[in-house]
Design a protein around this ligand. Sequence first.
Ligand code: MG
Length: 384
Amino acid sequence: MDNPIPQKLVILGSTGSVGSQTLDIVRAHPERLCVVGLGAGNNVKLLAEQISEFHPRFVYFQGDQTLAPPGDYKFTDMQEMATHSDVDIVVAASSGASGLPALLSAIKAGKIIALANKEALAMAGSIVMPLAKKHNAQIRPVDSEHCAIWQCLAGEKSIPSRIIITASGGPFRNYSQAELAEVSVEETLMHPSWKMGKKITVDCATLMNKGLEVIEAHWLFDMPFENIDVLVHTQSIIHSMVEFSDGAIKAQLGAPDMHLPIQYALSYPHRWDNHLTPPLDFSQISKLCFEQPDMTRFPCLKLAIEAGKEGGTCPAALCAADEVAVDMFLTERIKFGHIPLIVDAVLSRHCKIQNPSIDDILCTDAESRIIAKKIAQQEKLLCC
Ligand code: MG
């Protein structure tokens, strides 16, 4: 039986893609979910609409506090909101490294965390996972691939022998290296199957996203990198698979839509009706296609897996370099082909700390951002 009391949510990153879709689910299940806090970036207009509809008790946004939308709420920071005693579930959906401090605070407060921020886990998995265990904080993956793996593992007593993460391959799967170097921002943001925020959409096109997901799977499921495969599956119907030692393979299928993984992270261990995700129509699917990823044309995938295997502060340097490079690409200061060059150069200059503290990780993040910008200047990659 479902818990009759509404579960109280804080949504960090409420105006982003995952945040907005989380609110779709709250709207569909008002008897089960209630919004206690909303944390946003700079989209004050959308935040104001969310405040007037959901009436949260706590609000945070990055911009000028004097521009705060009207409403009967307390303006607070993300950490205070994420640790409040009246909060059951923290949806960690802010993107990039900025979400890490609030995530760590929520873990220390023993909250249930619906985790959509893959960078936090990629950067600091060696700290996040033991801390979650220590404070009995449950981390529920929202990323569709990891949610698929989690669903495949439900009820299993045996550790899987292999995890197979599927990848759409992005919009440039069939482009040559020369064509890839010159793709525009507009083309990059037109993802063939998933609707997401800008940073992750660029990461999907470079396959950096898939590399980060390999690191994420390594930490979430305690799986050696050698036992995690990436398989391109352009239709995005199989969201990932798990293989067991007896040869059985379990897959989770569904339309490419984030409402289902977000909802499962909120409804677990139950399943609720979902009218937001379109049903799969097998009469429209004649075959399922798979191919191996090309790490030569998409070097970000290889760079991410190598940084993950290297461990220590390397994934933090990778994430910081990628965030800077993607931002420079989105603002048309560098070309698409420069993204892996900058990430590679930052990683090759990085002096790894093997067992980092959170301060080491945050220092690596700050330093790697500076180095990434310097490299773009020194290598004359910046467009005028
Ligand atoms: Mg994903």
